[in-house]
Design a protein around this ligand. Sequence first.
Ligand code: MN
Length: 254
Amino acid sequence: MTEFSSARTPPGMRLYAIGDVHGRRDCLSDVLARIDADLSARPAADHRIILLGDYVDRGPDSAGVLEDLIARQTQDKRVVCLRGNHDDAFHLFLEEGRHDVADFWLTWGGVETLASYGVVVEEDARYLGHAPIRRAALANVPRTHRDFLRKLPLAARYGDYFFCHAGVRPGVPLDQQDPEDLMWVRGVFLDSVEDFGVVVVHGHTPNPFGPEVRPNRIGVDTEAWATGRLTCLVLDGAEKGVLRPDGLGALSGA
Ligand SMILES: [Mn+2]
């Protein structure tokens, strides 16, 4: 039985988990600075900084967010960036020009992402076909960003914690989860009281009032693009907290 109250990280390893960034480069810089300050104030033998996906869309500076994540990951291999459904849609639009993807992606924040790359999509242009928009995007999105999007992993596990963007499908072993579920699942996962054998740490379904703690999962998407609050969970041994602007705070348990 693994649940929130008893879950532990691997010995000596502190885990930082960051929710959906959605183009808020300002919030991301702020949280990464808080992590740096925490690590120098309270050194850890080892650590990981895990981003739960959805770097792009909705907020104003998706290009800046990807630039900062790529730079950070290049200098520190302990930064783990997972794949969100929005990152996947941007990737599929760029690499495959899928019309089914473009139709929803452009209305779910893709227009803002393209604007951050200097690609302006007029209100009626998207109804004229996506090919010209995609050509402009491919001319403006750096190769390093496309490579980053292509390589994003779906999930990671450390100790009793399993990290993925959306959640898992109950009844399916962790190593047999469908990628679509890991990036998209909501209801059946959010309502499940199943013991997954791990505590699932996820984003995707926003709760603007704060992290959502249940015995079998922790939801950390606090809708940063709209609220300006980007949640960073801190897990260390058996301890669970959140990194607030003024330091480490309590995470109320389930
Ligand atoms: Mn999201």
